[in-house]
Each structure stands twice: as C-alpha cells, then as structure tokens.
Design a protein around this ligand. Structure first.
Ligand SMILES: Nc1nc2c(c(=O)[nH]1)N[C@H]1C(S)=C(S)[C@@H](COP(=O)(O)O)O[C@H]1N2
Ligand SMILES: [Mo]
Length: 322
C-alpha cells in the first residue's frame, strides 16, 4: 500500500485492530520509501518550562485510581513491545527468554555523578511504592494497571544533574540475539524516549520494577521501565539500559519514524486527533471487557491527570507541541 493511501484512510469507522495494523503497515511503507517522510525541517525548541510546584496532596491524589483494574492476564498478553514483534501477542510469546539479570543501566550526560550501575545499586535504599495508573495507548485502547516502582525523580537526583540538563533521554536494550523483532526495521533501533526535566521530576513519573505485586514480566518491560501516565503509552519506554541528561530535546523512536504523527510531548489530548484517527474516545480493557468490543469512553485531557501535570504546560500551544 502506498504511504499516500495509508494517510488518506478514513478513521471514523475503523476498529482499534485496524488502527494498530495501519500503524504497523505505515512502518512497512516507510521502510520501502523513506524519502516520503513528511517532516524534515528543523524544529524550534518549545518555550521554557514554567516554574510550577505541585503540592504533595495534589500529587498523591493522582497516585491511585479506584477504577476497575485490567485483568493481569490481559495486561501481560496484549502488549506493544516491537523488539519482540509487532503483534499484540508476540511479546508475551517471545519475550520470556529476555535475560533480565544481571542488568546494568548507564547514566551519563549533564550530571556530576555519571556511572554505570547494576539495577540493585541504581535502586538501593529507595522504597518501592504502588501506583494504580490509567495507561492510554495512542491506538485508542486503555488499561488500569497496578505498578510497583520508585519515583524517577529519586533515582535521577542521585546523579546530580547540572543546570544544563534540560531533558532526559532513555534507551531500551537492542539485542538482536534476544529480541527477534530487531531484525525488522519497524523502528530505528534502539527504541528511544525522552522527557523534559520537569516531566521527569514530576511525582507521577515512575520507574517501574513490578506490576500486580510481582516482578515485571519481560513483555511488560522487565526489569525496569518508565511509566508516564498522562502521556500516550509509547512514552513509557521498556527495558531501559541507558539514561542520559541532555541540553536539547532528544530524538525519540516514534517521532523519528513519523514526526507528523508522534510528537515529543505526546500528552494524552482528546482535542488533538492523530492524523489518521480520532483521540476523543478509548476502549477501556478492564474487568471482563474484551479488547475489541469494550464500550468507548471519553478520553480525558492529560489522561485525567490534569491536576498533577497541566501547570507544566501553561502558556504552551498544545496543538503545536503535541
Ligand atoms: N522498548 C519499547 N518500549 C515500549 C514499546 C515498544 O515497542 N518498545 N511500546 C510502547 C507502547 S506503544 C505502549 S502502549 C506501552 C505498552 O506497555 P504494556 O505492554 O506494558 O501495556 O509500552 C511502550 N513502551
Ligand atoms: Mo501504545
């Protein structure tokens, strides 16, 4: 299928299944015709982050939703982890062999105490917390997942970021031996993500090591993944091996692939549709609701975490900085 046709697909009457297939087919089309990439011009830097403080009480109000949980069996079998294939069942089937111990994380860039640490040393002395967050995938489905982990801020502070650290960049392991999906150029490997410093330090941002009270399964990003509940799911990068403090907005995997469709910020926003489908509603996979037939519910700005995060974007045009 030509890229042109993919971009012209009407979004009103397609299922989520079709949406993710389009997302995948677009990748194949782009691999054949990389010159068709829509962006190209150098992007301006966004306005500086306003100085804001979220009170502890405000933050805490976002830590646990009491909405119905997604079944553990669904959260661990319906996944996106393209390193193990682009099908929803691929990670659950193929990731079991990912070796998660020993696991080292290299921290570098604009900080006073860079270093490569074992997972144990990275998290030593930090108390694990439980967070029950909504997870909204850009494809239009969502889950409610109980995570265990530590606030990212507590980990980052250990490396003493300097005043030049304006963003944090994250990289996933890319091992073609352990990860069968790496052989396909669905993504320009390694998978990369990034946050602005204030987003990284926000109390909601979690470095997760577990879910449902157990260590993270490989398909969910073991042994260490990000969870950023007010952003589309692809910002929550899995199986992290590198963290770098940087001065400029870092390139990220989905933006790299299709900058017109996947912005750096990617805050959940029902007012900004994906160019090929609406973002106004979502299918909540929770309780007994199945993936394809769950009723659509409205998608909330910042995925319902506005009280905790909206002030970080005060004065920013969220249509431009999508
Ligand atoms: N390294 C890596 N991280 C990733 C992805 C991926 O393909 N590779 N997929 C992202 C997407 S699109 C989503 S929706 C979430 C899904 O997380 P889950 O499978 O734990 O629900 O992981 C994100 N993190
Ligand atoms: Mo996603």
């Amino acid at each position: 299928m030509a890229l042109r046709d993919l971009l012209n697909i009407r979004s009103t009457d397609i299922t989520d299944e079709a949406v993710y297939r389009q997302r995948r087919d677009l990748i194949s089309a782009m691999a054949l015709a990389p010159a068709l990439t829509l962006a190209g011009c150098a992007e301006a830097e966004p306005p500086p982050a306003p100085k804001v403080t979220v009170t502890p009480a405000q933050a805490r109000a976002g830590f646990k939703t009491n909405e119905e949980l997604t079944r553990q069996a669904d959260a661990t079998s319906y996944n996106n982890f393209y390193e193990f294939g682009t099908g929803k069942a691929d990670p659950g089937n193929a990731a079991k062999t990912l070796r998660t111990s020993p696991w080292n994380v290299a921290v570098s860039g604009e900080c006073e105490k860079p270093g490569t640490l074992s997972l144990d040393d990275l998290l030593k002395g930090l108390a694990s917390e439980e967070r029950i967050y909504r997870l909204r995938c850009v494809e239009g489905w969502s889950m409610v997942i109980p995570w265990q982990g530590v606030p990212l801020a507590q980990v980052l502070k250990r490396f003493a970021p300097t005043s030049k650290a304006k963003y944090v960049a994250f990289t996933t392991l890319a091992d073609p031996v352990q990860m069968p999906g790496i052989r396909y150029r669905s993504i320009n490997w390694p998978y990369r993500e990034g946050l602005r410093m204030d987003e990284a330090m926000n109390p909601l941002t979690l470095l997760a090591t577990g879910m449902y009270g157990k260590p993270l399964p490989q398909q969910n990003g073991a042994p260490l993944r990000l969870v950023v509940p007010w952003k589309y799911g692809f910002k929550s990068i899995k199986s992290i091996v590198e963290i770098k403090f940087v001065e400029r907005m870092p390139e990220t995997a989905w933006h790299d692939l299709q900058p017109s469709e996947y912005g750096f910020f990617s805050n959940v926003n029902p007012a900004v549709d994906h160019p090929r489908w609406s973002q106004k509603t979502e299918r909540r996979i929770a309780g007994n609701a199945s993936k394809l037939f769950a009723e659509r519910i409205p998608t909330l700005p910042f995925n319902g975490y506005g009280e905790q995060v909206a002030s970080m974007y005060a004065g920013m045009d969220l249509k431009k900085w999508f």
